[in-house]
Design a protein. Structure first.
Length: 251
């Protein structure tokens, strides 16, 4: 019987999908589980906090079984799910219900749930992110400054709510009983739900974020402006951090 201690036991099946993390499925255990090693231990803390919050609100998600945020490496053990990824062509329809439940969860601050300093406001968090992107890619500093100015001109006085913040095909799965749940919560944050939709638009390589508006029931000129602003920020982030380069450009 396997003891959950963060080590990869003999017979574990690696199911890593090309991310910076490495993931294994361990079946030889009293409770089968998924072991996840993180390149950044802060992400282990953040994903653990998200899974605990989801459990407290009884929202379907993997259960957190164990965690260690030590540097060599940080890891979590999560209950095994037997999912079937929702096909991309059905993603928007299938995502509406689980996303609405998640976005009902309010947060006490803006930004990451754990593993990073709290931000006093959503606007402050986004300004910090833009500064980080410009630092990582100085050639994008002018685009980042334009987005800083647009943030200052936008009303972002919102109640922060739980965001998955890495919505993309493969992260929404269907259980055998038909339950839909989201995987991979390491980038979860408290903020504006429209930012979740903007991230999804980037991951779907949309030429503009308009199609994802169907996932919100509050379509106004103000929400459209915020959605477009967040879309540009996520495009800039992907360009600066060189992750899954999008087809569009931040402006």
């Amino acid at each position: 019987m396997t003891t959950i201690d963060g080590h990869v036991p003999p017979g574990a099946s690696e199911i890593t999908t090309g991310q910076a993390n490495r993931v294994w499925r361990i079946d030889d255990s009293a409770v089968p589980y998924v072991l996840k090693h993180y390149g950044d231990p802060a992400r282990a803390a953040n994903e653990a906090a998200a899974l605990q919050l989801l459990a407290a609100h009884r929202i379907p998600a993997p259960r957190l079984l164990a965690i260690d945020t030590g540097p060599r490496p940080g890891w979590t053990a999560q209950s095994t799910v037997h999912p079937e990824p929702v096909p991309t062509e059905h993603l928007l329809d299938e995502l509406a219900e689980p996303l609405a439940a998640i976005h009902q969860i309010t947060g006490p601050h803006a930004g990451r749930l754990a593993g990073a300093p709290y931000s006093p406001s959503w606007s402050h968090y986004l300004h910090q992110r833009l500064t980080a992107y410009a630092t990582a890619a100085p050639h994008l500093a002018a685009e980042a400054m334009t987005l800083h100015d647009q943030l200052d001109a936008t009303n972002l006085d919102i109640q922060p709510r739980l965001l998955h913040h890495d919505l993309q095909p493969g992260h929404l799965v269907s259980q055998p009983d038909g339950t839909r749940l989201l995987l991979d919560w390491e980038l979860a944050a408290f903020g504006d739900p429209l930012s979740d939709l903007a991230r999804l638009a980037v991951r779907l390589h949309l030429e503009d974020p308009t199609p994802v508006v169907a996932l919100t029931d509050q379509v106004t000129p103000s929400t459209q402006r915020r959605l477009t602003l967040y879309w540009h920020i996520h495009l800039l982030a992907d360009t600066a951090l060189t992750t899954s380069p999008p087809t569009g450009r931040a402006k």
